[in-house]
Design a protein around this ligand. Structure first.
Ligand code: KAF
Ligand code: ZN
Length: 630
């Protein structure tokens, strides 16, 4: 008893005597715990206010959100100032040092209050423009007051319509109602985000975003990965272009080789899965999973249950009790505006985790459900880490988890198992397998240049190389050059087409998805090996492999407490991103595509082609009128 009291006295005295000592690791750790306790109060409040606005966009809820964000930023700033009491950069205890490093990284909270409020307002404006947007005057509609939201109407038109005019209406209308209303706010946002980054020691906001990857030459590394995938993309592009020219015979395609951007089954041409029926190598062998789901009366809840079961069968965690009650899994039918774009929410109190999405009963949404569940699974696995480590090893890791599971779920073998393949379909049929690979390529390979180019554009904007009046021109330079798609109607520098993509007004970096699309195949291959899979990579289904689940869990539990190469090593044994597993996965399709496009010219010009007549003359007239009236 006595020795215990003595030990306690010594402990207290040693802390007491060295308070004020910038190198006292014991005292520093006590401060870190205090920080954590406080953060677990401040962050849930901010998240709750943001959730309320996201699920009910009103001015009142916006004010509450701004107040909560201000409170959180004051806490961040206060905490940062307290980190200055420690010589943490010279700590030898790696974990504590890393916590300090993360706490000191306060992003926009560094701005003085008035500027912090300005940047938050600019972002809120853009987000509500995006989420409230409706497009009117659909060709053939008599009633001009009939207007349509992105989800579900415009998305469905882009997915299903084969009417050139209707597609162009939805494509152009969405850009008129979103991006075009944002350039002023976006410019303000860029100015202030750069100012904050400068105050935090970064060259600009893009430099700050890239710092989350803790990788030397990150831009160069991304470029190398992209170059490694370009040939595969060119094959798919040439094949899609050939088939689309057949579908839209009589309509103009640019001589420069790009595909008009409204024909690819998606508002941003980022994922081409909706062209599967047109592009299937064996059209008689469809993968009509959506139809099967509807025939079996699938509901949103059934899709979530199915997804959750895949996680728990790997030995991963079930959703906590409050999850289904508190989440927003369907678009509300009471007419209120909500942010429909899918997201997963950690409230940082170790018990509240939610998903918000406007689910429809389709195969695509089943995959998105797994994607979002992957985020929540990561939250659950790292929930006992300090708050500052409750992040992915890098942002791409967070995006990859659900997709890795979906690679198994989508296989014909697994679809058969869960009764989503027709009874007469044999999952081992090689023609069906090739159809499946095409479907995967339309989602994964088609996405690669899009995933790459959004932040190419933003990094240039943050560097000051692209000014406001060049926003749209530079956007299309990248779209035409990397994706090989061109605008179907004339664009002006008063348009702001980057702003028509959720992540730009929402200020969410995008290179994370490019990273995810590369590393998810590395993870898939490693987990398949763990699950004892033999045979081609695209046939692997890790269902019920607790060995694979354990590997994944061990990696996720790290959160961001270690640099990402350590986390990657925990799953794959490798410490670098590379494209070879993705290439291996698609090898049989690559061979097939090569034969299919042997008479086509691969690729396209770097410059955008035009299909809308003499644009320059119209543009000059437009500029002349503008000058006269101003
Ligand atoms: C991915 C997969 C298939 C197709 C396309 C993609 C790319 C991308 C897109 O363009 O649709 N996917 C998403 O945007 C899915 C939404 C999300 O899960 O990535 C979401 C985006 C988001 C929404 C609001 C605020 C911030 C980010 N991300 C998360 O909810 C998230 C990410 C990391 C940690 C916690 C939550
Ligand atoms: Zn995501």
């Amino acid at each position: 008893m006595l020795w215990k009291a003595c030990a306690l006295l010594f402990f207290v005295a040693s802390i007491g005597s060295s308070f004020g000592d910038r190198n006292n690791i014991t005292a520093a750790k006590i401060w870190l715990e205090e920080y954590n306790t406080e953060a677990e109060k401040v962050r849930p409040e901010a998240q709750e206010a943001s959730w309320t606005w996201n699920t009910n966009i009103t001015d009142y809820n916006n004010r509450l959100k701004l107040e909560a964000e201000k409170k959180k930023s004051e806490f961040d700033k206060r905490s940062y100032n307290q980190t200055l009491n420690w010589d943490w950069k010279n700590f030898t205890e790696i974990n504590a040092k890393r916590q300090f490093y993360k706490i000191a990284d306060i992003g926009e909270s560094v701005l003085p209050t008035d500027k912090f409020q300005q940047i938050t307002k600019a972002k809120s404006n853009m987000q509500s423009v995006y989420s409230k947007a409706r497009v009117c005057n659909k060709p053939g509609d008599q009633d001009p007051s009939k207007c349509y939201p992105l989800n579900p109407t415009l998305e469905n038109i882009m997915a299903k319509s084969t009417d050139w005019k209707e597609l162009a209406w939805a494509w152009e209308g969405w850009r008129n109602e979103t991006g075009r209303k944002m350039p002023d706010d976006y410019e303000k946002f860029v100015e202030l985000a750069n100012e904050a980054a400068g105050m935090n020691g970064y060259t600009d906001n893009g430099d700050y975003w890239r710092s989350w990857y803790e990788t030397e030459n990150f831009e160069k590394q991304m470029e190398e990965l992209f170059i490694g995938l370009k040939d595969l993309y060119k094959l798919l592009h040439a094949y899609a272009r050939k088939k689309l020219k057949e579908r839209f015979v009589g309509h103009p395609f640019p001589d420069s080789g790009q595909i008009p951007a409204h024909l690819l089954g998606n508002m941003w041409a980022q994922s081409w899965g909706n062209l599967f029926t047109l592009l299937a190598p064996y059209p008689g062998k469809p993968l009509d999973v959506t139809e099967m789901m509807r025939e079996q009366n699938y509901t949103t809840r059934k899709m979530f249950d199915l997804s959750e079961k895949f996680f728990t069968d790997l030995g991963l965690d079930p959703m906590p009790p409050k999850f289904y009650n508190d989440s927003m899994l369907d678009k509300p039918e009471d007419g209120r505006d909500v942010v429909c774009h899918a997201s997963a929410w950690d409230f940082y109190n170790r018990k509240d985790f939610r998903i918000k999405q406007c689910t429809q009963v389709t195969m695509d949404w089943l995959i998105t459900t797994h994607h979002e569940m992957g985020h929540v699974q990561y939250f659950l696995q790292y929930k006992d880490q300090p708050v500052v480590f409750r992040r992915g090893a890098n942002p791409g890791f967070h995006e990859a988890i659900g997709d890795v599971l979906a690679l198994s779920v989508s296989t014909p073998k697994h679809l058969k198992k869960i009764n989503l393949l027709r009874p007469n379909q044999n999952p081992d049929d090689e023609e069906l397998q090739l159809n499946f690979l095409m479907n995967q390529a339309l989602k994964k390979i088609a996405f690669i240049p899009f995933g790459y180019l959004i932040d190419q554009w933003r990094w240039k904007v943050f560097k000051g190389e692209t000014k406001k009046d060049e926003y749209n021109e530079d956007w299309w330079n990248l779209r035409c050059k990397h994706q090989g798609v061109s605008p179907p109607v004339q664009r002006f520098n008063t348009d702001f087409d980057a702003g028509s993509k959720f992540h730009v007004p929402n200020n969410t970096p995008y290179i994370r998805y490019f990273v995810s699309y590369v590393i998810q195949f590395q993870f898939h291959k490693a987990l398949c090996k763990e699950a004892g899979h033999n045979g081609p990579l695209h046939k692997c289904d890790i269902d019920q492999s607790t060995e694979a689940g354990n590997k994944l869990a061990a990696m996720m539990k790290l959160g961001s407490s270690k640099e990402w190469p350590d986390a990657m090593e925990a799953i794959t044994g490798q410490r670098k991103m590379n494209v070879s597993d993705l290439i291996e996965y698609f090898a049989p399709l690559e061979d097939w595509l090569k034969k299919e496009v042997k008479n086509e010219t691969l690729g396209w010009d770097d410059q955008c082609g035009r299909i809308w007549g003499n644009g320059m003359r119209t543009k000059s007239i437009f500029i002349a009128i503008y000058i006269i009236f101003h």
